[in-house]
Design a protein around this ligand. Structure first.
Ligand code: ZN
Length: 482
């Protein structure tokens, strides 16, 4: 644009001087004037060319450099990429080096051809401290780039990006502070340990399930804790290990001393009647388009399988994060004067007109009292869910901290809202028969992360003392208040 404007100015200037020249009679004056004209034209051309050079060859914008991912530590080896781009004059060179003390190791030295210089460049690098003679400790990753501008005496605009990078080839050391883990099939335990360094990923692996640990239980941020669970179908022989990966990617995995008590689960048979189907289906099928046009039994199966699975996905999402503080104290409160109708991990066989039509495992405890009985919060916690949840009907989920959750389902009324803290025993709603329920009762569930566990342990003072509170006190570290 600027270049065009300057050329127009030159033309206009030339034309007006030429016209005025025609009107002058004196030859001498004419010669003098034409010299002026030539001079003006020369100056204008020089100014135009200078402007063009200034705005293109002398552009002052440095290349843009990015390190992907923005590494801050390197272990035995680390791959990363350097991205660089210059939209002005294009790239001239890219240098990548590691600096440690007096040592400077070149990782990349690249010159760019004039033709390809304007395209973004990406170089993938592999940093191996042992091969480059780098030792444990701090180092500096330096990326230098220059563009093709004539500035800086023809060397181009410089870009310099430096990142402090810790050379750390030692895996984290984990020290268990909670002793042997005694755990029931379908039950819980608490694991407390100290890590020698902060780790972005650290926790307990039970079979294929990972329970990420959190700091916050103790003053020392390197002491981590997590509740762990054995699912109802994880028996003796399930591998339990403590795992951690530090910032530099160094990994540690140590077996955790544990003792698993196996459990047998009950078989239960449920008769599905036409009366039951006509009572429960209208409210449930409305939210499941797949049930349209199906027979009542087929609709029931779609809900008992498909909707159950979809509802579980919501529970997985709800339990992914948890408060890093222990909200609760004392044993959990059970629905008062209630009969235990169905137990944890009952293996249910569903029958219709004498035929087996489905199998499901019951992942909570069913407690029946008077209709619309007030439901107390099992313990102090934060409400993370308070609405309808398919087969579970009107449901409340509480986060008790360190990934321990309780769940209250089939409610006829909800008295709390998400985000709210509730005290142990506070009334959070009333029992009912919403969702897939045959009559008024409370379906009470407990989870560690997204694993359903047997609530019976959490109603038991002795179990809590032996497996939770004594472990917390016995870790030999100062507890954080709250
Ligand atoms: Zn139930």
């Amino acid at each position: 644009m600027i270049r065009t404007a300057l050329l127009v100015n030159v033309t206009t200037c030339f034309a007006s001087v030429e016209e005025s020249g025609k009107k002058v009679n004196s030859l001498r004056n004419g010669k003098r004037r034409s010299r002026w004209v030539l001079l003006l034209v020369a100056v204008a051309i020089l100014a135009g060319a200078g402007g063009w050079i200034f705005f293109t060859r002398m552009e002052g914008t440095a290349p843009v450099v990015a390190i992907d991912p923005p590494i801050s530590a390197v272990g035995k080896a680390r791959e990363f990429a350097v991205e660089v781009e210059d939209r002005g004059s294009g790239l001239r060179l890219l240098h990548v080096s590691m600096i440690q003390g007096d040592k400077k190791v070149a990782l990349l030295g690249q010159r760019f051809e004039a033709g390809s210089a304007k395209a973004p460049a990406r170089a993938t690098l592999r940093l191996v401290p042992a091969e480059h003679g780098l030792t444990e400790g701090p180092a500096l990753l330096r990326v230098e780039a220059r563009d093709r501008s004539w500035r800086h005496w023809g060397k181009g605009n410089p870009a310099l990006v430096e990142r402090a990078v810790q050379v750390d080839t030692r895996p984290p050391v984990l020290q268990v502070l909670s002793g042997t883990l005694n755990i029931n099939q379908g039950g819980c335990g608490l694991v407390i340990y100290r890590s020698s360094e902060p780790c972005p990923v650290s926790g307990v692996t039970v079979g294929d399930t990972f329970y990420p640990a959190q700091s916050g239980l103790y003053e020392d941020p390197l002491i981590l804790a997590t509740f762990v669970a054995l699912a109802y179908d994880q028996g003796q022989g399930t591998a339990i290990a403590l795992t951690a990966e530090d910032e530099a990617g160094n990994q540690t995995r140590i077996g955790l001393n544990h003792f698993i008590r196996p459990r047998q689960w009950r078989q239960d048979s449920l008769q599905i009647s036409d009366g039951f189907l006509s009572a429960i289906l209208p409210a449930l099928t409305a939210s499941v388009p797949e049930t349209a046009g199906l027979s009542p039994v087929a609709q029931f199966l779609q809900i008992n399988r498909g909707l159950r699975k979809a509802n579980y996905e919501k529970i997985v999402e709800l339990t992914r994060t948890s408060d890093d503080r222990r909200h609760w104290h004392d044993a959990f409160v059970r629905l008062p004067s209630a009969a235990n109708r169905a137990k944890f991990a009952d293996h249910r066989i569903y029958r219709y007109q004498g035929q087996e039509i489905d199998h499901q495992v019951h992942m909570g405890v069913d407690l029946a009292s008077l209709a619309a009985s007030p439901v107390p919060a099992g313990n102090r916690g934060r409400v993370v869910f308070a609405e309808n949840l398919g087969i579970y009907g009107q449901t409340v989920v509480l986060d008790h901290g360190f990934r321990l959750f309780s769940m209250y389902s089939h409610l006829s009324q909800i008295d709390v809202q998400p985000g709210q803290m509730v005290e142990r025993g506070a009334i959070i709603g009333r029992t009912g028969a919403t969702g897939l329920a045959g009559g008024d009762h409370l379906h009470y569930g407990m989870m560690v992360g997204a694993t359903f566990v047997n609530p019976i342990e959490w109603w038991d003072d002795h179990w809590i003392k032996d497996n939770v509170t004594d472990k917390i006190a016995g870790a030999g570290a100062a507890e954080k208040n709250g």
